[in-house]
Design a protein around this ligand. Structure first.
Ligand SMILES: *[C@@H]1O[C@H](CO)[C@@H](O)[C@H](O)[C@H]1NC(C)=O
Ligand SMILES: *[C@@H]1O[C@H](CO)[C@@H](O)[C@H](O)[C@H]1NC(C)=O
Ligand SMILES: *[C@@H]1O[C@H](CO)[C@@H](O)[C@H](O)[C@H]1NC(C)=O
Length: 467
């Protein structure tokens, strides 16, 4: 294994730190497998990427890539999108993961890859494929010919292979034209990455190899992307690479890129049924802070938060029967007698609010903290667990079902907007239709664009986000 350059030295250090920690849980990923499969945040972080300021001639006309999401949290443990690589394009189903950076698919040369839902990528069938030649900015293979990548995740899951450049296409909903970008052609995978049905990972985290960073770096899209995960029993949803105009009532929180390389939020309080949990806000700032990770399935609270949360929920649920979880290996907290209609759940289960440092509030529906019991009809279990002894608060996909989450990297903030993600395009068209004037007084002058310049499927309105 090549262990030559800077990145691997740094990542190696992080791995050692992790292993010597007394915590029972690996980096961010709690030990919670089985039916509650979740994706790992990588143990190997690339060094923080200094934000480069781009010279853009005409930022207003930046297209974005609109892409559908597929799969489902409970059934698959993840959401995927479709990405096409090569000329002619070969299609892949990739887990969308804000907790990692490299995008990779199994390569036809792979020596150890599992069976996934699509055929492996065949470089020889693509006229535009080019492996990256070994250079000072990358890790090279042992023959010093090509650039390689190697990602280790918790629970012994890993992926390694060659870094290559080829044309990526974003599907027929997208007005972003196909672009050359660097991705990983896998030669080995282990653990969940080997056994999962999805072909690979689409990395949306912060770092040079992230698809988002690459498209932003070339001045192709605004420094922002959005994910909208479909609801309980429905799954799917939508995503956008590039800027969108935020709906007026979107809730924002600061996201500090210096605090941690993950997308963090400035969580200060949690309310259950309108009542604040009695907690010092610093409990949400332990270790990595409060991290939003689209590639993790459920949510994990530090011990004091979890205990207070669980107690508050139980107090609100006197009318329901406590019942065993679907899997005897886990001590799940489940309730029966709530009925099987998801839209009725809010009649039984309390609203949970997350309050951010700026006072703005994200209200969670029951489907954002419950999963359906797979064996008992009308029963639901808490989809929030204790994060072992790790003081990190980890918010996975369950928290943002039927919520448009805008990762506005340019302004270091994250926006949330409750919506039906199965109908996102229609809903954005309506709510984003001009004239749309947020009431914030410090808003910059509104750029205007001639309607004729905008293709049909571009999101309307070009709002300047408030800093
Ligand atoms: C767009 O692509 C999808 C496959 O990803 C296909 O099912 C659909 O029919 C296409 N739509 C159009 C309008 O070409
Ligand atoms: C893209 O970024 C530019 C420059 O910051 C901004 O003026 C424009 O409103 C953004 N567009 C969208 C759709 O976010
Ligand atoms: C969201 O939209 C889908 C598709 O139109 C629909 O089937 C579903 O019932 C809607 N969900 C809610 C919670 O309204």
């Amino acid at each position: 294994m090549a262990r030559a350059f800077l990145i691997q030295l740094i990542t190696f250090t992080i791995l050692l730190t992790v292993q010597s920690s007394p915590s029972t849980s690996p980096l961010l990923r709690p030990p919670h497998g089985g039916s509650r499969q979740s994706m790992l945040l990588p143990l190997f972080l690339s060094p923080p990427n200094p934000r480069r300021h781009l010279q853009r001639s005409d930022p207003q006309t930046h297209p974005n890539a609109r892409m559908g999401l597929y799969d489902d949290l409970l059934r698959n443990g993840y959401y995927t999108t479709r990405l096409w690589i090569g000329t002619p394009p070969q299609m892949f189903a990739l887990i969308v993961d804000t907790g990692s950076t490299v995008t990779y698919v199994p390569c036809s040369t792979c020596e150890q890859c599992g069976r996934h839902q699509d055929p492996k990528f065949e470089p020889e069938l693509s006229s535009t494929y080019q492996p990256l030649q070994c250079n000072l900015d990358c890790n090279c293979d042992s023959e010093k010919v090509h650039c390689v990548y190697d990602r280790q995740y918790a629970e012994m899951s890993s992926s390694s292979g060659v870094l290559a450049e080829d044309v990526l296409s974003f599907g027929n909903l997208s007005d972003l034209q196909p672009q050359r970008a660097v991705f990983g052609c896998e030669n080995q995978e282990t653990g969940d990455l080997y056994s999962q049905r999805a072909d690979g990972i689409m990395g949306l985290g912060r770092g040079d190899l992230s698809i988002v960073d690459q498209l932003v770096e070339k001045g192709l899209i605004n420094d922002s992307f959005s994910l909208c995960y479909g609801g309980m029993d429905i799954g799917g949803g939508a995503m956008v690479l590039g800027g969108i105009s935020p709906p007026i009532d979107m809730v924002f929180t600061q996201s500090d890129p210096v605090r941690s390389p993950y997308y963090n939020v400035d969580l200060k309080e949690i309310h259950v049924a309108g009542k604040p949990l009695m907690l010092n806000p610093i409990v949400f700032d332990g270790r990595h802070g409060t991290v939003l990770d689209s590639g993790t399935t459920y949510a994990y609270f530090p011990e004091p938060v979890f205990v207070a949360f669980k107690d508050a929920i139980m107090k609100e649920l006197n009318s329901l029967q406590k019942t065993h979880g679907p899997d005897p290996n886990f001590n799940d907290i489940c309730f029966s007698g709530a009925g099987s209609d998801v839209s009725e759940l809010s009649k039984t289960f309390p609203v949970v609010d997350m309050v951010f440092g700026n006072g703005q509030k994200l209200s969670l529906s029951p489907e954002n903290y419950l999963f359906r019991h797979s064996k008992v009809r009308g029963a639901y279990c808490l989809g929030i667990f204790q994060n072992g002894k790790d003081p990190t608060t980890l918010l996975g996909g369950i928290i943002v079902r039927n919520t448009l989450v805008m990762y506005d990297r340019e302004h270091s903030k994250i926006g949330f907007w409750k919506t039906n993600c199965s109908e996102l395009w229609e809903r954005l068209q309506i709510s984003g239709a001009p004239p749309q004037m947020p009431s914030a007084p410090d808003r910059e002058p509104q750029p205007t664009i001639a309607p004729t310049q905008v293709p049909d499927h571009v999101l309307p309105g070009e709002l300047q986000l408030n800093k």
